[in-house]
Structures are given as C-alpha cells and as structure tokens.
Write a protein that binds this ligand. Sequence first.
Ligand SMILES: [Fe+2]
Length: 394
Amino acid sequence: MIPSYYEFLNSVKILSGKLALDNIPHELSSLGAKRPIILTNDILVEIGLVKTAVDALKGSDIVIGAVYGSIPIDSSVKVVNEAAGVYRDKNCDSIIAIGGGSVIDTAKGVSVVITENDDNLMKYAGAEILKKRRAMPFIVIPTTAGTGSEVTMVAVIADPDRNVKMEFLSYNLLPDVAVLDPRMTRSLPARASASTGMDALSHAVEAYTGIQKNPLSDAYAFAAIKLTREYLLRVVENGNDEEARLAMANASLMAGAAFSNSMVGIVHAIGHACGGVAHVAHGDAMTILLPHGMEYNLDAVPGYYSDLLLPLAGPEVYAATPSGERAARSVSAVRELITLLNSRCGLPTRLRDVGVQEKDFERIAKTAINDGAVVMNPRAIALEDVLTVLRKAY
Ligand SMILES: [Fe+2]
C-alpha cells in the first residue's frame, strides 16, 4: 500500500568496493577541499586502520590537517567542542570520520559547531533546528557494519552535565560521501561483527514494520535483510571474507537509509533505555529485544511480518510456509539466527546476561515510553507492555 503522503531522502554518494578508499582524493577535490581533519578513536589508529585510509590519500594533493583520535565509545558535547577546536586551530576545510556510530555522530556534532560558529551544541538538539547548510565537505568511512550512521540524518550525543543523550535530526547532518571498503571492517572481532550486524537487522525490520514506512524505505529494508541473512554468519566465521564484509557494509548502509526515513520502533525504544539505564551495548540490546519486539507487534501488522519471511528465511522456507503462519515464522527465523550467532561467538540472548537486573525494569520502562521511537511503533505501547517485554527478554 502506498501511503497518501511520504518523504524520502538519501543524498549521500556511496563508494563501495575493495579499493573504494582510493577514490577519496577525487571526492574531496570535487567538493573543493584539500585539508581534511580525520576524526577517529585511538584503537583504530593503533590497529592501523587510520593508516590504511591515510595511505589511500598519498600521491594526491590532499594534506591531512589534523588527526583527532580521542573520541570515546560514549562521546559527548565536550569531545565535540575539543575536536572543533582542533579543526579551527589547524585550518582544516573538511571532515573525514573513520569509525563506528560514536565517531560518526561526533563528527556530525563537529560539523554543526563549526557551521553555526557556536560552541553550545545542545542548543541545536531536536528535529530540524539546524537551518544552515553544512559549511564543509564531510566524508564518512564506517569501521563497523551496523549503525548506518553514514547515511542517516540523526546524531546522538551525550550532555554529561545533565546526564542525558540528546538527539539531533536534520537533513543537514547527512554526509556528502560514504566509503564502504572491506579493508576497514576486516579487523572487527566476530562478537562485535555479530552484535553490530543485529543492529542493522533491527533497523531494517523496524523500518519495514513502522507507521512511517514507504515504498522506498521498504526496498532498502528488504534488501538489507536479505544481505544480512546471506552474509552475517560468514563475517562472523571468517573476518577476512572481503565479499561478506562488503555485503554487510551494504546491508548496514541500506538499513540506515531505510530507518533514517521511516524511523524505528519498540525494539529501539527499549534498547535505548537499556543502554541509558543499565549500559547495555546497543547491538546486544537489539539482539536480545528484536524477537520480543516483533512478537509484540505481530498481531498489529501481520502482513508486514509475513512479507519479511522471504528475506529473513529465503524462498524455499517462504514457499513451504502456509500464508497464515508466515508472520510467526519470521520471528522464529530471527530466533534461529540469534541461536546460531550465540553458538558461534557468544552473542547474548537474555537481558540477565548483559547486566540488567529486575530492579532496573521500572526505570527502563519509564525511560522507554518517553523515547521518540515509541510513537513510530505500529502498536501503541504502555508502561505495562514494556515491563512484559522486559520480563520475557530477561
Ligand atoms: Fe540501532
């Protein structure tokens, strides 16, 4: 069904391939830049990933203005301001973000601070507060395959003074170029590959079943789920499988483009709350909560879940399953994948395995029902519903 009205934007140029990094100098030149700052974290510098990207710039007239490698897992407004200071001091004219979601979101924050020439980033939190077009070219090189942040118009950045994570939503946050090169995800350990891959799968499933879905987000979500089924286990079993790495990078990107336009639902609402209250890693929360969130929504949109059996389980299973059973079978296909990932690399399957305690439930539930994703879920969510999901997932 075509919605009576929808919007969809994905303006990011995608470079995907085994030598994709080598085209960055050309992209920077086309965008009128020659002195980028590299924003990343220390571990990626240490294991040589940043060098791999920098080496790809050699022989061009691009000069690295600075490398800022102090972005932690949970980035904050302080880090954003410090990195922006380096950008200004070193007269940089563009941003290259190399990393996972935290690095990419921090880079989005830096672009805001520089564009607005204002160190008070939190002033711009919220939806479409940013009116100015970004002042510099912005290239993203993801080193995980899960967040999809390289193609989303969202950034989540913490304000440590108030102990809250603030969300920024604007078309002005979309990068210019996303570079998917399998060299950049090859060293990601199996456990992290599985966890981030399940985040991508959650984006796609929630984008396909949410109230703001549309034909374009559906197409991206469907393709992302199919690639995840075909390649996630392969990257977990052999990190050096470049074809599989590239496929998962594409799955993550497409799931990102889908949910950036149609948003996410109950799985992310509760997952964000588990992260905020009990510090559960986002991908682990997604792994644990996805089947329970699907089960919760099943009766509200059975047709959408029936559709998903095809990419989730493949054509043979889809054809062999009576139409009335396909929706429920989609949930079991996800459970089967999680069981396999658990046996291959120890991916957690219950909230008790990741440090959540029953005494946290009330706080998690209260936080979850105030999450922005709640209103996009296909079935209304009350506090008691969240508590029921938490008990089942415990
Ligand atoms: Fe996510």
